[in-house]
Design a protein around this ligand. Structure first.
Ligand SMILES: [Zn+2]
Length: 351
């Protein structure tokens, strides 16, 4: 496994996947040609009244797409606007802000970050300039710790791959953190934010607009783009089961097209993650080394995921590391151990 301390070094293979750029997404129909304050607004679609979404390219975070790979958007209330993720560079954030200003004169009162991956947050700075009242920046209570650990790597990558020099002051951290859940009232739209146990990452946050029953699922849901694991495979599988119970009319995945087919839109991801869990456990049980597991665990041939070359082997690596010792995890602390479990021979390829 690469020695990088984070799991989405999307800059390692810039350009390699640009050939996978899909054709124009039919439902992204509302491109604005008119510049606002010199910035061309990002193309957004109103998926429900007051709910606007921009779909990022189904590609790696790379200069070839300007870092515009994550789904981002905003909700316009009667009082103010909430922005949900800001894109992978300051320029994407500026273009999103221009899209907000093209849509409404109301101020942005909240900028919500769904998790601390660079393609979702490096546009924050566009909403933090001193020329107007700063919004509150909102994220999971575990976001700050994770972002602080990774910030130097994100900034290095931004400079190396995109030629963009950003300093610490331009990485905007939350002013409001969410432990479990929080309601934000925009006037006529109340957003319910929920922080989840470790799943895609250790700081996933979803945003649910009660009025339209629209869920911004963050990277807890990938569509078409292969899911990328940077948290806990077991956690993600169990969070999906909880998500399924939500009353959702429209879902915005972190990557991939918007869907009204809830919860069936999660089925492909559930199949992939459950298969990864099953196959990795089997590999460990059969005493395969991590390299043998990587070489032997494939993506189901009938699946149509994009970016499998980029992410699948990484996912197996992360799954193996997570599951390698699960049978040896301490059970109930005070309980005496039962026969059998200690007789297991050491596996090859351990730490
Ligand atoms: Zn992510």
């Amino acid at each position: 496994m690469p020695g990088l301390p984070f799991a989405l070094p999307r800059w390692l293979l810039p350009g390699l996947l640009s050939a996978l750029l899909p054709g124009p997404l039919a439902w992204v129909g509302c491109a604005f040609a008119q510049a606002v304050n010199g910035t061309t607004p990002l193309a957004v679609t109103q998926v429900k009244p007051g709910v606007f979404v921009h779909i990022g390219a189904l590609e790696d975070w790379a200069p070839t797409n300007g870092g515009d790979v994550a789904n981002i958007g905003f909700v316009v209330g009667s009082r103010c606007v909430a922005v949900i993720d800001t894109g992978g560079t300051p320029s994407v954030g500026q273009a999103l802000r221009a899209a907000v200003e093209r849509t409404t004169p109301l101020p942005v009162c909240y900028v919500i970050n769904t998790h601390a991956h660079p393609d979702h947050l490096l546009g924050n700075v566009a909403f933090a300039d001193a020329s107007r009242p700063a919004p509150q920046f909102v994220a999971s209570s575990r976001f700050t710790h994770t972002l602080a650990a990774r910030e130097p790597y994100y900034l290095n990558a931004l400079q190396r791959e995109f030629g963009i020099q950003l300093t610490h002051v331009a990485v905007v951290y939350p002013t409001i953190s969410v432990d479990r859940s929080l309601d934000l009232d925009l006037g006529d739209h109340v957003l319910t934010l929920q922080a989840w146990p470790t799943a895609h990452t250790d700081n996933d946050l979803t945003v649910y607009d009660r009025r339209t029953r629209t869920l911004f699922a963050s990277d807890l849901l990938f569509a078409q783009h292969l899911p990328a694991l940077d948290g806990s495979l077991r956690g993600w599988v169990s969070v999906m089961a909880a998500l399924k119970r939500l009353d959702v009319a429209t879902v915005v995945p972190g990557h991939g097209p918007v869907s009204n087919d809830w919860p069936a839109v999660m089925d492909a991801q559930a199949d992939y993650l459950n298969g990864l869990l099953r196959d990795t456990r089997a590999a460990i049980r059969n005493r395969l080394t991590i390299q043998q597991a990587i070489d032997s665990i494939g993506v189901p041939p009938a699946s149509h995921w994009l970016l499998t070359d980029r992410f699948h082997r990484r996912n197996v690596t992360a799954a193996y590391a997570e599951l390698e010792w699960e049978d040896d995890e301490p059970k109930t602390p005070a309980a005496p151990s039962t026969a059998g479990s200690s007789a297991r021979p050491a596996r090859p390829g351990g730490r």
